[in-house]
Ligand binder design. Structure first.
Ligand code: NDP
Ligand code: 8X3
Length: 257
């Protein structure tokens, strides 16, 4: 088992949901966390919690993954003792809306593509060269069941997660021959702020997504992320699909009436 004590882990989208839960799981193992997102107040609170509860070291950085220059500047500007990132968790992502393509909102499409695809690439481009140089590292990409299936009106979100699936394989191939590992963790329905963001704060609509069923919790996914990172160095977990017991396909959800 790989020891994560004092390993430096950068998590994008650490202010909520899967990213936040992963930060806690990594902190329990003594890792040093770089917490990145746009809501810096939440990151500061999480950093304080990790330091207090787990005696972890944590650094909160304000980061919008959609801005390539800011991403490069943030990574280049890390204090020397935080610069050698061992694990990158590419988690920041979102969905916006659920409309047919012919009714699609262009701004929503751009936000999803800019965040889920281009943002993931910008952060990877800034971090991976250091890993290659040190011949060591691990990138974990949060994909989705939406990268394996397409569902009605899921169009652009589905396409971004299919892109993550392709990029996960591409990173694996491009880093091949080094000791760098690349993993995709692909959840089905998980109860986070995801639906609240998708429906722009409409909590009634968001709650309906999880009503009468048992969705995954962020921690279920965080545990899979940490598991993939703690395998012996000869083992590369390429892809983990995690579904709720109550969900057998995106639109096949068992609900109590
Ligand atoms: P949350 O909405 O709870 O968390 C999303 C995180 O992404 C937040 O911390 C948010 O931080 C961050 N984020 C969004 N946009 C940006 C940006 N431009 N720059 C930096 N950070 C950003 O949802 P989840 O935890 O569920 O989502 C995490 C990942 O899991 C996403 O990639 C999502 O697609 C994926 N996923 C989710 C599933 C689900 O059912 N919940 C299922 C399958 C995959 P902030 O707003 O502070 O910037
Ligand atoms: C999130 C899962 O099914 O809402 O990636 O697209 S789904």
């Amino acid at each position: 088992m790989q020891d994560l004590k004092d390993k430096i882990i950068l998590i994008t989208g650490a202010s909520s949901g899967i990213g936040q839960a992963s930060a806690v799981e990594f902190a329990k193992l003594g890792a040093k966390l770089i917490l990145a997102a746009r809501r810096k107040d939440r990151l500061d609170q999480l950093a304080a919690r990790l330091i207090k509860e787990y005696k972890s070291e944590a650094l909160a950085i304000l980061l919008d993954v959609r801005n390539q220059k800011d991403v490069q500047k943030a990574i280049d500007g890390l204090p020397a003792e935080w610069a050698d990132i061992d694990i990158l968790l590419n988690n920041a992502g979102l969905s916006r809306g659920l409309e047919k393509i012919q009714e699609g909102v262009i701004q929503n499409w751009e936000e999803m593509i800019d965040t889920n695809v281009k943002g993931l690439l910008y952060v990877t481009r800034a971090v991976l060269p250091g890993m290659v140089k040190r011949n060591s590292g691990h990138i974990v990409n949060i994909g989705s069941i939406a990268g394996h299936e397409v569902y009605p009106a899921g169009n652009v979100y589905n396409a971004t997660k299919h892109a993550v699936k392709a990029l996960n394989k591409a990173m694996r191939m491009d880093a091949f021959g080094t000791n760098i590992r690349v993993t995709s963790v692909d959840p089905g329905m998980a109860e986070t702020e995801f639906s609240l963001v998708r429906f722009r704060g409409d909590s009634e609509k968001a709650q309906k997504v999880y009503q009468g069923t048992r969705p995954l919790q962020a921690d279920d996914i965080a545990q899979a992320v940490v598991w993939s990172c703690t395998r012996p160095s000869r083992v590369n977990i390429e892809d983990i699909i995690i579904m709720p017991t109550d969900q057998a396909a995106v639109s096949m959800v068992n609900r109590k009436q």
